[in-house]
Design a protein around this ligand. Structure first.
Ligand code: SAH
Ligand code: SF4
Length: 369
């Protein structure tokens, strides 16, 4: 398969241009088209000589994501469903920052990005793993989610709207380690996406060897651990990965990450009624948070069609938060902004695939946005 130009670093592009006898400043021009102007076609790159455009066209793919569905209004969470070249579907979610104190609409946004088609880890509560794992996303497919959103949202030249990335969409990012790291280096680079490393958070269900490997890498990415249980008993009930890497090993890997990177870890804890929301869970959770010097992010569970789990009522959510705070933990309770548009991981894809299956059974062939 042809190499996609958005999987290439500046150095790789420079050496190709040198082979063609092109001056180095051409690399800057190409990169500006790719990452500042989010170009979708070679012919848009009007300041490049025709010959060079032709060489680029023949050497590299310039893939784009096809928008299948977009949900949400301009001032709320927006959800994008993309079709990849092999027909697979993945999603990205754009969450605007809260309006500022003065009520001005904010132009700061966080984009939640997917890294795999499906997921192999089968957490019991999650829509992404329901149909198993299909494949890893390639580096350019991860990079292109950000650029396609910039394009779809009409971000003005130079004025990017995505300034925070959370790698919390479909898939387990650290199971697609090499492609993820390549994509994040491109999105982080001053010649690429220009998103600061501290504004990029990788969420993992707890792949211990990869957490250690990431600790040894150069960029200072933030890490979010999907904990969801602070004892092996509770965690193993809902997250099969806990049997492979139990809390003792996960905690040690997190300590190693903190040692290497400073305080960069958040613990994510979904509240699921009757499963992990008992107040007796707060003491072990607090102990772990203190040991890691980590903040705890409580997230009320988002109902997934076909799964039996539910979120606790608001009083129970607040009681859990209050108990953690009494233990001296820095914790927040997130209002799930994307709730009403199926924002939790994997849900829009699942719904669309089910609707497509139903539509094709009924003799129709496509689903509109
Ligand atoms: N695989 C990685 C990243 C993707 S999941 C991980 O597990 O961390 C991103 C986050 O969404 C995880 O914390 C996951 O546990 C959470 N999540 C999954 N399904 C959810 C649901 N139905 N409601 C709320 N959060 C959910
Ligand atoms: Fe996979 Fe994360 Fe969902 Fe678990 S929570 S199944 S690791 S995407």
């Amino acid at each position: 398969m042809e190499v996609d130009i958005r999987s290439q670093t500046r150095e790789e592009l420079l050496s190709q241009l040198a082979l063609w006898g092109q001056p180095a400043y051409r690399a800057g021009q190409v990169l500006e088209w790719l990452y500042d102007r989010c170009a979708a076609a070679w012919d848009e790159m009007t300041n490049l000589p025709k010959v060079l455009r032709e060489q680029l066209r023949q050497t590299y793919a310039l893939g784009a994501l096809e928008l299948v569905r977009r949900q949400g209004a301009s001032d709320t969470t927006r959800k994008f469903l993309w079709r990849l070249t092999d027909g697979a579907l993945v999603e990205s979610v754009l969450v605007p920052a809260s309006p500022s104190l003065y009520g001005e609409p904010s132009d700061r946004h966080t984009l939640c990005v997917s890294t795999q088609v499906g997921c192999a880890y089968g957490c019991k509560f999650c829509a992404s793993g329901l149909d198993g794992w299909k494949r890893n996303l390639r580096a350019e497919e991860i990079v292109n989610q950000t650029l396609a959103v910039e394009r779809a949202e009409g971000g003005k030249e130079g004025a990017r709207i995505v300034n925070n990335l959370v790698i919390m969409g479909m898939g387990e990012p650290l199971a697609n380690y090499d492609n993820l790291l390549k994509a994040l280096r491109i999105l982080n680079a001053p010649w690429g996406g220009k998103v600061g490393a501290r504004k990029i958070t990788i969420s993992t269900s707890g792949l211990v060897p990869q957490i250690r490997r990431l600790a040894d890498e150069a960029p200072q990415f933030r890490l979010a651990i999907s904990l969801h249980g602070a004892t092996d008993r509770t965690r193993s009930k809902i997250m099969p990965i806990n049997k492979k890497y139990p809390l003792r090993e996960l905690t040690a890997a997190c300590e190693y990450y903190q040692e290497k990177k400073g305080r960069m870890i958040t613990l994510e804890y979904i509240l699921i009624a009757g499963v992990n929301d008992g107040l007796d869970e707060t003491a072990p959770l607090a102990k772990l948070a203190h040991r890691l010097g980590a903040k705890v992010n409580l997230i009320p569970y988002n109902k997934v069609e076909g799964l039996p789990w539910a979120r606790p009522d608001e009083a129970a959510q607040r009681a859990f938060l209050a108990a953690l705070v009494r233990h001296g933990v820095s914790a927040t309770l997130r209002r799930e902004k994307g709730d009403e548009i199926d924002a939790a991981c994997g849900q829009l894809r699942l719904k669309t695939e089910r609707e497509m299956a139903a539509a094709s059974a009924a003799g129709c062939s496509s689903i509109g946005p």
